[in-house]
Design a protein around this ligand. Structure first.
Ligand SMILES: Nc1nc2c(ncn2[C@@H]2O[C@H](COP(=O)(O)OP(=O)(O)O[C@H]3O[C@H](CO)[C@@H](O)[C@H](O)[C@@H]3O)[C@@H](O)[C@H]2O)c(=O)[nH]1
Length: 442
């Protein structure tokens, strides 16, 4: 069938679109997003967006991945140049929006690139989620609907959340027999449904005429002076608000359920959680990426507990105890007797002897002295609540105090020997001279 084109597009060609937004949106990720755009933040040793690329690459029909965002091209294209040789079977491109066009506006703007090659459908993935997405199964589900005479516009990947947490997501009510969406509310004020939108979709090309109509109406309103541009352009069109919500009545939106790993990665705390989840996925699918896989427990290797990623260029003293759920980046040097768990240590950092690090992200090029303790508080999903997701706790409590969270050291931070840093956020280039707890160090 390859190369054959027909009315419904070529079923052997799928495109994938990854929506990565732009610079202003990563504020909950500070101070780390000051150094790299959030999608390039390393989780389990590779940038978050590379995990999403890898999930697309596993689908044989995906021939092209288009990354859409309003980050400047200089911030994203060097990364694409670096990873392109790793995935020669797909074309990967960054398409920069000239302004924030929102989740459907960008897709519409670049419609010719998406439609080129006549794919039968395309995948959309929000760039700030992580997980084990059943893309192949979703594509089969979407295409089976077509063969059975239906006209599916969008298949939405859904998972379950707790009642309280569901309101932070797009909430879906479905017809249990047909799996069509009967009601959808984006981040409702009160409980609607515990079935939530994961931000992963299979979409038919029929979406373009629909967006085109919305675009034309908006354009008319704008030129009639009926739309004020309050920092948002009239061309910004949201998939959830402008398309999914109004179109539920048509019966062409469908739900595909998954209970596999899925999580939003909006905050630095959630990066620690996603790091753990991706390391666990390596264990199942690519154990060669985990520390100790090739070297075993041989002399010269540190003691490893659970799932750990160590970049081959990192120097970790054999007397260290690392893990579980730790990722150590490029050219990191770790001295004797260091203990690290549930943390991400970014490239070119030095950690001196007998220091302890727990629930912390240490930024690039940082330095931590000897016998120091750097610790944060986990903000993991409540293990006693089925379907609980990460709590995206605000930085500050109502009384103005910092909410306990993981500790984050920005890049080029220096922490002296023999101090304790607890639940704190340290901005880049700070040189600490004493212990801190529950503080933002500006
Ligand atoms: N290219 C591009 N991407 C954008 C833009 N605006 C947002 N994005 C990207 O689109 C994704 C969705 O972002 P938000 O609009 O902030 O929505 P949300 O609060 O994350 O909620 C969405 O995702 C949830 C799952 O994580 C869903 O539950 C919810 O229904 C909704 O789809 C993010 O990856 C963000 O970077 C834009 O103008 N252009």
């Amino acid at each position: 069938m390859t190369g054959l084109s027909h009315e419904g597009g070529d079923p052997d060609i799928t495109k994938a679109v990854i929506l990565i937004g732009g610079p202003q949106k990563g504020t909950r990720f500070r101070p780390l997003s000051l150094d790299v755009p959030k999608p390039l933040f390393p989780v389990a040793g590779i940038p978050l967006i590379q995990h999403l690329i890898e999930s697309c690459v596993q689908v044989p029909s995906v021939k092209e991945i288009l990354i859409l965002g309003y980050f400047s091209s200089d911030e994203i294209t060097p990364f694409i140049g670096e990873i392109r040789p790793l995935y020669p079977q797909v074309r990967i491109r960054y398409l920069q929006e000239y302004t924030r066009l929102d989740t459907a506006g960008g897709i519409y703007h670049f419609r010719d690139q998406i439609k080129a090659g006549n794919p039968s459908s395309f995948i959309i993935i929000n760039g700030d989620v992580g997980g084990d997405f059943p893309l192949q199964e979703m594509l089969a589900f979407h295409s089976n609907l077509k063969t059975s005479g239906k006209t599916p516009l969008l298949t939405i990947l859904a998972t379950e959340a707790t009642r309280q947490q569901s309101v932070n997501y797009g909430c879906i009510v479905e017809n249990k027999e047909t799996h069509s969406v009967t009601h959808y509310v984006e981040k409702p004020e009160t409980f609607v449904s515990a079935t939530i939108n994961c931000g992963v979709y299979v979409c038919s090309l029929d979406i373009f005429p629909i967006i085109s109509k919305i675009y034309a109406t908006r354009q008319q309103l704008f030129y009639d002076g009926k739309i004020e541009e309050n920092g948002e352009t009239w061309e910004s069109i949201a998939l959830e608000r402008d398309i999914i919500m109004p179109l539920t009545a048509d019966g062409n939106l469908y739900v595909y359920h998954s209970n596999r790993m899925w999580s939003q990665v909006k905050t630095a705390g959630s990066a620690i959680y996603a790091n753990r989840q991706y390391l666990a996925m390596y264990k199942r699918r690519q154990p060669e990426r985990l520390a100790g896989y090739n070297t075993g427990k041989g002399e010269g290797s540190p003691r490893i507990l659970g799932d750990v990623y160590i970049h081959p260029s990192a120097q970790v003293h054999p007397s260290c105890l690392i893990g579980p759920n730790v990722s150590i980046g490029k050219n990191v040097t770790i001295g004797p007797g260091v203990r690290i768990r549930e943390s991400i240590i970014l490239g070119d950092t030095v950690i001196q002897d007998h220091t302890l690090i727990r629930y912390t992200i240490v930024g690039w090029n940082s330095y931590i002295g000897k016998w120091t303790r750097v610790e944060g508080t986990p903000c993991d999903p409540n293990p006693n609540k089925p379907f609980a997701k990460m709590e995206n706790v605000p930085l500050f409590h109502e009384d103005g105090k910092l909410n306990p969270s993981i500790t984050i050291l920005g890049c080029h931070v220096r922490v002296p020997s023999e101090v304790v840093v607890l639940n704190s956020i340290v901005l880049p280039y700070k040189e600490l001279s004493r212990s801190f707890s529950n503080e933002i160090i500006l």
